[in-house]
Design a protein around this ligand. Structure first.
Ligand SMILES: Nc1ncnc2c1ncn2[C@@H]1O[C@H](COP(=O)(O)OP(=O)(O)OP(=O)(O)O)[C@@H](O)[C@H]1O
Length: 238
């Protein structure tokens, strides 16, 4: 079964010519896909379309067989909270909350993820503790300090635990390794790929670092799936 299926998706920013025109693109259940492309080619825009933060002008955007673009904004927000975990370049953690409080947040917004966390670990708190321990943050968990006191690499792992709690079917990661050095990048990827596999979630990760692509089930270049040629882009993903 496909977790994500795009059909004839067209999107433009304002009155500009289309940036995205994708006849067909899909992600299978449990598949881990690396997305690369020139700077400015529309990778982040595509991720925002898949998550329903942006609405296409035409086409169908199915996530778990639900056409996200057809949902009202309220239902889209609920659908996103239930089904999609995010890891952003800037983490988007709440700096003065503890690591545990940051990780449990998605379960406050999604009853489905809360139920799944409870089914798996007995409680949301225990699920957050398990993920943080598996991600190497057991000692930080004991002091449960505000995330602002953690290193960049540690904050990144908190962001991964938050994205994974309640086993969302789809994980979206936009340049999640850009703040890390080469060794830390590989370690971070080890953790992310392992956890995603354990949960049988589908992963779509965007990065400019083509070396990381070797670790994925499939590597996709946006220019290969997008009919629009973006001339102004600087191809730093070659
Ligand atoms: N909010 C916005 N309003 C108008 N145009 C936008 C907006 N966000 C992005 N764009 C434009 O869409 C194009 C694609 O941007 P996007 O961020 O999706 O590219 P990207 O491939 O993720 O780039 P990068 O690799 O540099 O992060 C750019 O020309 C950008 O200026």
């Amino acid at each position: 079964m496909d977790v994500v299926r795009l059909q004839n998706i067209v999107f433009s920013w304002g009155k500009d010519a289309p940036l995205i025109d994708i006849p067909s693109f899909s992600l299978g259940k449990g598949e881990r896909v690396f997305l690369q492309g020139a700077s400015g080619s529309g990778k982040s825009t595509l991720l925002n379309l898949i998550t329903g933060l942006l609405t296409p002008e035409a086409g169908h955007m199915y996530v778990n067989d639900v056409d996200v673009a057809q949902l009202s904004m309220l239902r889209r927000d609920r659908f996103r909270a239930d089904n999609i975990g995010f890891v952003f370049q800037s983490f988007n953690l709440l700096p003065y909350l503890s690591l545990l409080d940051n990780v449990v947040l998605p379960c406050r917004f999604s009853t489905l993820r809360k139920q799944k966390a409870i089914e798996r670990d007995g409680s949301v708190k225990r699920s957050a503790q398990r993920l943080l321990s598996e991600l190497g943050l057991a000692s930080q968990l004991k002091t449960n300090q505000p995330v602002i006191q953690l290193s960049v690499g540690q904050q990144q792992r908190v962001a991964v635990a938050r994205a994974l709690i309640g086993s969302p079917r789809l994980l979206i990661a936009d340049e999640p390794t850009s703040a890390l050095d080469a060794d830390s990048r590989q370690q971070f990827l080890d953790l992310l790929l392992r956890e995603v596999k354990t949960q049988n979630s589908t992963l779509l990760l965007v990065s400019h670092d083509p070396v990381l692509g070797e670790r994925f089930d499939r590597s996709v270049s946006l220019s290969h799936i997008n009919s629009v040629a973006v001339a102004q882009g600087v191809n730093n993903a070659a």
